[in-house]
Design a protein around this ligand. Structure first.
Ligand SMILES: Nc1ncnc2c1ncn2[C@@H]1O[C@H](COP(=O)(O)OP(=O)(O)O)[C@@H](O)[C@H]1O
Ligand SMILES: CC(=O)N[C@@H](CCC(=O)OP(=O)(O)O)C(=O)O
Length: 283
């Protein structure tokens, strides 16, 4: 078969999937660790643009842990994580917002536009999209999400632009909170009643005994997941991801996928082929 015949065959075969996902909402959480390599980032953003171009309602929610860490370092502010969440004092809250809603958010928008698409960058503060209150005294200004107002996201989705959302929240009193991006993304996916929630990270997916390759999990149901959590097999940054997915599933989310953003075209392979790539979590 010639190259062009192969391309035509692939396009024809993808028709089933294109029809399946057209007009469906797909929320993608893009973690900061899968942003640090420019090639990986370009591949992810190209996939996201392709999804939008074929009529999928794509919503991008991003983190930026490494960018926050870099800014904190610059200002010599020490940072510590408690169960995967960053202790956030006033200065940390300010710098986290500066990094996430500033450079990270706007660079993603810039990149999507440079690649030929369109995007609108906002944070959870805009339009009171993510309402929050203090999660605990222990964590300072880390927010617990009390409500999601999805109207602004829906408005952007109805245009040619992809909403690019930085995780931050606002209290009733106007206090700004630092919100873990996995939590923000899963709650947004739940509130939009998304058909797919995809978490892009720098790990292949979920392991029953991380990092033992043999223990990689292709598919797991929510009930089994709870057992892994209580057995202490999920640690660090994986804790908020799993907690977030569990919560969103209790709210009605049907399935979520933990995907390795470092794999070229991971999103296309996941959505447009039979063979899933990462770990599929079902409700
Ligand atoms: N059971 C597990 N399976 C997979 N990863 C795990 C597990 N437990 C802990 N982790 C850690 O969670 C990390 C992913 O979370 P994180 O670094 O916060 O990603 P991101 O910045 O993309 O949100 C992995 O790189 C791994 O070190
Ligand atoms: C409360 C809390 O931990 N907030 C996170 C927000 C960014 C984030 O979640 O970024 P990743 O997705 O890259 O990890 C933080 O300060 O790092």
């Amino acid at each position: 078969m010639t190259d062009s015949q192969t391309i035509a065959k692939i396009l024809t075969e993808s028709l089933t999937y294109l029809l399946k996902y057209r007009n469906q909402t797909v929320v993608i959480k893009y973690g900061g660790n899968a942003m640090t390599n420019d090639k990986v980032k370009e591949s992810i953003l190209k996939d996201i643009l392709l999804l939008k171009t074929v009529g999928i309602k794509v919503v991008l929610v991003h983190g930026g842990g490494p960018a926050i860490a870099e800014l904190l370092d610059k200002y010599q502010v020490e940072s510590q994580f408690i169960k995967g969440l960053r202790y956030t004092d006033e200065q940390t809250a300010h710098l986290a917002l500066t990094a996430l809603a500033g450079a990270v958010n706007k660079t993603l928008v810039q990149d999507l536009i440079q690649l030929g698409g369109n995007a609108v960058g906002i944070s959870g503060i805009d339009g009171k999209m993510i309402e929050a209150q203090q999660l605990s005294d222990e964590l300072g200004y880390v927010g617990k999400i009390t409500n999601i107002n999805p109207a602004l996201i829906e408005q952007i989705v109805s245009t040619d632009a992809i909403p690019v959302i930085a995780s931050a929240g606002i209290g009733r009193d106007g206090q700004i909170y630092n919100i873990n991006a996995d939590t923000a993304a899963s709650r947004i996916a739940g509130s939009l009643k998304a058909e797919q929630f995809i978490v892009l990270s720098d790990v292949r997916g979920l392991y029953a005994d991380y990092p033992d390759e043999e223990s990689f999990i292709e598919k797991i149901a929510l009930t089994e997941l709870s057992k892994l959590v209580s057995n202490g097999k999920i640690t660090d940054g994986m804790i908020p991801k799993i907690e977030a997915i569990k919560y969103a599933m209790e709210e009605g989310l049907g399935r979520a996928v933990l995907l390795d953003g470092r794999v070229p075209n991971a999103l296309l392979l996941e959505l447009f082929t039979d063979k899933g790539q990462g770990t599929l979590i079902t409700s």
